[in-house]
Write a protein that binds this ligand. Structure first.
Ligand SMILES: [Ca+2]
Length: 464
């Protein structure tokens, strides 16, 4: 059955605005020394840029009401000095109260870094993550095409920071006498839900930030089991990282605990993660420990980062680093920038977008209830690295990760399985089990290894 033409055009437009246009180049990664605060005219000449670190509550004091002044003021400074920036939005204890109240009253939380009693919401739940996605959609709509904004941290499941592998679940409040994790378990936390939320956040960020590189904070990932036990595993971290990189090849590894303890192997588990990233010849950004927290000798630390291919290095908080040898600062800044250039994807050499075909379901077909196979083929002049699908219902809503239907443009791309990841030609498949009969449409998106993406037309089908 055909829809009226005008209606079809109206429905398709928001999708096209984000995803059509055969080629969408990704901006180069940020290189050089960075500060964590806004630099002044004395600092700027030593830097490649700085991190903009807003709290979620600064940006969205009421749900759907955004205040971007925190970011815009800092972007003006970056432009004045010709610097780049990376975004790191802090959720968790820095979420607005309305987000902390999704699914129940905010839970007490102890922030061991600031040593303050605060509160947190149910960061592992689909409803909380759905609110986070609204913010990220608004941010991406405003800043994804801004050439000054080069990277953004994946941070939607963070607890007191963007360090998404850390839980701080064992931290015990001297005020309540209870651990942070004990409140979460009482509110229904499961490790499986939290892991799924982390992976979905990575996929969602990649679907929204088409032009901006993503940073994933790596630590030995902490897990909280149902008995309250916390464990950590660098092996599991690399497994998550590999899966995320396979789906999103431009992903940048990031760690906030860099300093002498990593270099000399004292932090063995963390060092094994660094070595894993280096073995994969993958791009990495670092933040140093603070000087009071054991960063160690600056000459050794800066030279090690520069000689290990690190792209950007966030200096310790404060102004102490301005007293360091200026030729050390200048040479490190230059080497990090050249590392970033070397690690950038071949943007000019790959102007050819990938192509794909959906072979199942066929257009305007009727399929039986039960699992629907969504499959097809994809080709590229270099390599096909990712295919994902979005499913739309007859009410013009996109299927979400949790099986619900979202309004408007909010969509979730479900990764398909590729027969051969990285080949010039591959078949791909995924399946979806509708819970109701009715009319649906599927859209598939293919990505090559250089950040080019192409989406299919909508394939309408009926579940009869
Ligand atoms: Ca290509």
């Amino acid at each position: 059955m055909k829809r009226p033409v005008a209606l079809v055009a109206l429905l398709v437009l928001p999708f096209l605005a984000h995803h059509a246009g055969a080629t969408e180049p990704v901006k180069p990664p940020l290189g050089g020394l960075l500060t964590r605060g806004v630099p002044n005219s004395t600092e700027a000449p030593y830097l490649g840029g700085f991190a903009i670190v807003p709290s979620w509550r600064d940006l969205e004091p009421r749900r759907g009401t955004y205040d971007f002044s925190f970011i815009d003021q800092r972007l003006a400074t970056a432009r004045k000095y010709g610097l780049g920036v990376k975004f790191r939005v802090i959720a968790g204890t820095e979420a607005p109260d309305w987000a902390k109240s999704i699914g129940g009253a905010p839970m007490p939380a102890w922030d061991h870094q600031r040593k303050v009693q605060t509160s947190i919401g149910r960061f592992w739940t689909a409803d909380y993550q759905s609110a986070w996605r609204e913010l990220q959609s608004a941010l991406a709509a405003r800043y994804d095409s801004d050439p000054t904004v080069r990277e953004i941290n994946i941070s939607g499941t963070g607890v007191i920071s963007a360090e998404v592998m850390l839980l701080m679940a064992n931290d015990k409040s001297p005020v309540t006498g209870k651990t942070n994790g004990s409140y979460w378990l009482a509110a229904g936390y499961t490790e499986a839900q939290r892991r799924a939320a982390l992976v979905a956040d990575i996929d969602f960020m990649a679907s929204r930030w088409s032009h901006t590189r993503l940073d994933l904070g790596l630590h030995p990932i902490q897990s909280l089991d149902s008995t309250g036990r916390v464990s950590s595993s660098p092996t599991a971290t690399l497994e998550i990282y590999d899966a995320a990189r396979a789906a999103h090849p431009g992903l940048i590894a990031f760690n906030t605990g860099f300093g002498m303890p990593v270099i000399n192997g004292q932090q063995a588990a963390l060092r094994s993660i660094y070595d894993g990233v280096f073995a994969r010849k993958a791009p990495m950004d670092l933040q140093t420990l603070n000087l009071g927290a054991g960063m160690g000798d600056e000459t050794t630390v800066l030279n090690w980062a520069a000689s290990h291919g690190i792209m950007s290095l966030e200096l310790p908080s404060g102004k102490e680093w301005l007293r360091w040898n200026s030729s050390l600062l200048n040479s490190t800044n230059a080497k990090l920038k050249s590392n970033a250039t070397a690690a950038a994807p071949p943007s000019k050499s790959d102007a050819t977008a990938p192509e794909l075909r959906v072979t199942s379901p066929t257009a305007d077909s009727t399929v039986a209830s039960g699992p629907v196979t969504i499959s097809g083929t994809a080709t590229d002049d270099n390599q096909v690295v990712r295919v994902a699908v979005g499913i739309r219902n007859a009410s013009d809503q996109w299927l979400q990760d949790d099986g619900s239907w979202g309004v408007g443009e909010t969509r979730t791309l479900r990764p398909a399985e590729l027969t051969t990841v990285g080949a010039k030609s591959t078949s791909w498949t995924t399946s979806w089990t509708p819970t109701e009969r009715g009319s649906y449409a599927v859209v598939a998106v293919v990505g090559d290894g250089s950040g080019n993406r192409t989406s299919s037309n909508r394939i309408h089908f009926t579940v009869g």
